[in-house]
Design a protein around this ligand. Sequence first.
Ligand code: 7GP
Length: 818
Amino acid sequence: MKTERFDKKLFKQEVINNLKTQFRVELDNATQQQIYQAVAYALKEWIIEDWMDTQKTYEEKDPKILYYMSMEFLMGRALGNNLINMSMYGEVKEALEELGVDLNMVEDQEPDPALGNGGLGRLAACFLDSLATLGYAAYGCGIRYQYGMFKQKIKDGYQIEVPDEWLKNGNPFELKRPEYAKEVRFGGNIRTEYDEASGRINFIQENYQSVMAVPYDYPVVGYGNHIVNTLRIWDAEPITDFQLDSFDKGEYDKAVEQKNLAKNIVEVLYPNDNHYEGKELRLKQQYFFVSASLQAAVAKYKKNHDDITKLYEKMTIQMNDTHPTVSVAELMRILMDEEGLGWDEAWEVTTKTCAYTNHTIMAEALEKWPIDLFSRLLPRVYQIVEEIDRRFVNKIREMYPGNEEKVRKMAILWDGQVRMAHMAIAAGYSVNGVAKLHTEILKNQELKDFYQMMPEKFNNKTNGITQRRFLMHGNPLLSDWVTKKLGTDTWATDLSLMSGLKKYVDDPKSQKEFMEIKLQNKKRLAKYIKEHNGIDVDPTSIFDVQVKRLHEYKRQLMNILHVMYLYNQLKKNPNMNFYPTTFIFGAKAAAGYRRAKQTIKLINSVADKVNNDASIKGKLKVVFIEDYRVSNAELIFAAADVSEQISTASKEASGTGNMKFMLNGAPTLGTMDGANVEIVDEIGEENAFIFGLSSEEVINYENNGGYHPYEIYENDKDIHEVLDQLVDGTYADGDHELYKDLYQSLLFGDTGSQADMYFILKDFRSYAEAHEKVAKAYQDTKKWAKMAMTNTAGCGKFSSDRTIQEYVDDIWHLDKIR
Ligand code: 7GP
């Protein structure tokens, strides 16, 4: 089937037919899940044509290909997004209506593919969308985890992790490609052998275990251009068929081991955000998908090209943080051991092929693998890392003679560890941060020595988001309104056109329309909250929203402490001037992150108390939305009035949620951190609520041993009261211990860490003042509408289309396909 012209009748037939052939049911008897599958398969027929055409065009034109290597792709649901990008959404909706089927219901049947944790994984998904939309040849390369990000249930206020069985019903959009399977080897030893004929030394891995990496391809549909790229994620299968031959050969144990290896390696996504855990299986995962992807990429190149030393002209590798940086050594291995290049030639190719993006300055996220683990698991790769390190250290000594401090700070191998970021920087041709401020902090603080040594490698690429998912799909009402106002829908591929809305920000009629749409979206979310939480919220109250992973530096704790403070005020003075506000949270905590989990419990306890206190007349509500994920995020952004972006300045590399709120007309209440700084640059500080320490101030305190939160506790009676409530049982049924750790961390710190490391008490007053300003501004309906609209109108810069074009221009130099 071709997409040129949508044929409604044909589509309906397809759906009916799929139900019959796949499930032997008629529409009337089909379950909702069956209908979803039938619709998805019908759509796939349309996609396949474009997919094949795109790949054929790539074969003919031979463009340079980007391999975006990432442990995470947080794609979210595919059906609705594909329909949007193929401009078929409205027509399919109609076709289904004629069958008596509601497209929204169908979309809700799709499991939310959650092969990612948070920002880094979702960014990768937005990037794939933009690459296809802009017409660049690109593969996303990753892992097909059996279980993605866990599902979060809240029980008695606590987070419970439930396995995410996203593949339970199969996946209509995936395509298994066994013909591209690659073997990946682990462990064993390396034997060297002199090869007389070539005069070279061969490195032979012996006694290893191996798995077969088998790729599954997912279509990545570009918007309105018939281009379909590929997300290639790898599954693992055992190599030995141990039922048949291994018994005879006496290799039973080995066969079982290999089978287990295959099963374990792709079993589950590590649910850590901004945190390194150092688990052996994680390193196996990293090497597994990197090796398979690079083997496939080199094989693809060789199909049409003879000169392997020109590899970098036809492909480039972007390493999404350090997780795939073993790419550097693996590419060296392939080029030398399999393609026969010498070190210098291989190094030249590698360093012209690999580039690295840093996504965090959080020290606990830095990957440092113990050498004994690394060398045992990847013996040949480790030899290569040693040589990269040896040569790099030589270079440092050449540049800084006699300065061993520089070696200590920059070497790749140090103190029994492989420092992955150092390898990425030493070998990469580009090193980038993800927002202006973040890149400056990298250059001047975290990676200062590297920047001084190789300034030409460093550059900034401020993050972005795709407006196709986060406005067109997530907020159809506003999307239609924008199109009407601008008289065109081309903002779908050129978000800078949103600035055309500026001329309406003072227009009363437009303001009314805009706020009416917001209200509708708030009602939609209120309904979701009622259904999922059983809580009634008032859609005319301020929806003040903080949704993101739970992490101390993101300061959800400060938010809920502030709610406790407001509640205290209201209790003391029930008639105080207080505009009804609903504080909405959504956040998953890493399974092993105790303090984050305590914070979730605290939020839920406060919610319980506040929501059930009739004396405050419903003025204050607190909602914790269970299982925050891409699909409900779309509803949440559309409905938000206020965007809480309150990380301790300097800690949030960029943030991307901030941009999604802005796009949907929610002003930022935030610190001057990450991309908030650039948001304010675009729209002016008068259209945001900025508070708190600056990043220089924070860094200054940190470099001078922190500050003294206890003084604040002693001098500010409101803060004193709130903190005491953590340990007097107010929110814990009389239990004084439940939140003691939170209390202690704020006032005294733990062994080895400062008290209130994230400056919550320090920023508390200015945070509270910012909230007062919000409430005041909100009551001035016109002023508020103008602010909200100014945010939507000013979001042009934050499209991932802009970000990708910058990567292409400055780093990747890809060829555009039309
Ligand atoms: C995140 C950053 O925390 C966030 O500020 C940024 O917007 C996002 O990456 C995309 O660049 N980092 C992670 O999700 C993460 O796990 C550690 O980083 C590797």
